[in-house]
Design a protein around this ligand. Structure first.
Ligand code: 3HC
Length: 303
């Protein structure tokens, strides 16, 4: 019998989850929809602000399933079932009969609060609400909810399909049944769940941002970006810090850095160069070259 993860409530408290809602149809949201449908085998509906975004999210799921099929990682019937389980809608009314709704929208507290207010007006009183926030306060998100005890942090890592970790965030009012359900879902998703406190950027992003922050600080101080990045590559990391920031996305990385700076001050300095790059429209500090070798775009070096 598998051991209950540290801090997880009694699994007998867990509620069944038969339909999942995902707010957002961007890259993170689409990766979540795919994982839920494939592993939990329940209907998953994604919503976004317009039909084009919704269609793009569903198309992503279908394309990823096709890739798995090509690699013989999924059987044809499971592939068809997974595709059929994922649908999209521009209306949150589609969440009316969901028991678990997770948001993966823009990383701004007021946006997340607005989303949850809209969702709460539609779902049942028992429906669990979850946030995939990287760094914002789950407690603050719960403040204006009608039932704050139903909110839990459910923080995945990129790429969702392969990263085994899931941070489950307990806010002071999170109900034990909600937490127990979150742990049962994590098990069904075959993720390793850890219970973390609701602190800025939880645990993993704090540690990761120390590493990335120091590399960017070295760059700010005049060390060429390529030198800072390549110096770390032979240290056995699966990805160099700039490659990681490219995958996560510079604006997301910067938001996490700002949350950490607001919470912990100079322990997490905000890079002026990073802001300048984002203002100049630079999407990535690193792009894969033709042979897969990382190349730092010229505009990155021109700061
Ligand atoms: N989607 C789906 N599957 C993917 C994928 C993706 N984006 N990227 C890689 N994979 C799969 C590949 O298809 C391959 O599967 P296969 O064995 O079935 O063919 C498997 O992962 C291994 O991929 P590769 O052989 O191409 O490459 P690597 O061995 O280098 O592994 C990696 C890729 C797992 C992404 C590895 O580089 C890694 O662990 N990188 C670090 C990732 C990390 O630190 N993520 C955390 C980011 S922080 C975050 O997300 C928090 C947020 O709040 C900001």
């Amino acid at each position: 019998r598998s051991k209950r993860p540290a801090g997880a409530p009694d699994r007998k408290l867990a509620r069944p989850v038969t339909k999942i809602g995902v707010v957002g149809a961007g890259l993170m949201a689409s990766q979540l929809a795919l994982l839920f449908a494939r592993q939990l085998k329940v209907p998953v509906v994604m919503t976004d602000i317009d039909q084009a975004r919704v269609d793009k999210g569903v198309a992503y799921v279908h394309a990823e399933v096709d890739k798995l099929l090509d690699k013989k990682r999924i059987k044809a019937d499971a592939a068809n079932r997974t595709k059929a389980l994922v649908t999209g809608s521009v209306s949150k009314d589609a969440f009316a009969d969901a028991d678990f709704v997770i948001e993966a929208v823009f990383e701004e507290l007021h946006v997340k609060k607005q989303v949850f207010a809209e969702v709460e007006a539609i779902v049942s009183a028992e429906c669990i609400l979850a946030t995939n926030t990287s760094s914002l306060s789950v407690t603050a998100m719960a403040e204006e909810l009608q039932y704050p005890e139903r909110l839990v942090g459910f923080h995945f890592f990129n790429p969702v399909a392969v990263m085994p970790l899931l941070e489950i965030v307990r806010a002071p009012r999170t109900d034990d049944a909600v937490l127990a359900t979150a742990f049962e879902l994590a098990k069904g998703l075959k993720k390793t769940a850890v219970l973390v406190k609701d602190a800025a950027a939880f645990v993993v992003n704090r540690i990761l941002l120390r590493l990335m922050g120091e590399v960017i600080a070295a760059f700010d101080e005049g060390t060429p970006a390529e030198v800072a990045d390549s110096a770390l590559r032979p240290m056995g990391l699966p990805m160099s810090p700039f490659a990681l920031s490219a995958m996560v996305g510079l604006p997301v990385a910067q938001h996490v850095q700002e949350s950490l700076h607001a919470a912990f001050g100079e322990r997490f300095a905000v890079s002026q160069n990073l802001q300048k790059l984002i203002d100049n429209g630079v999407k990535s500090l690193w792009v894969p070259g033709p042979d897969g070798t990382p190349v730092i775009p010229a505009e990155t070096l021109a700061v």
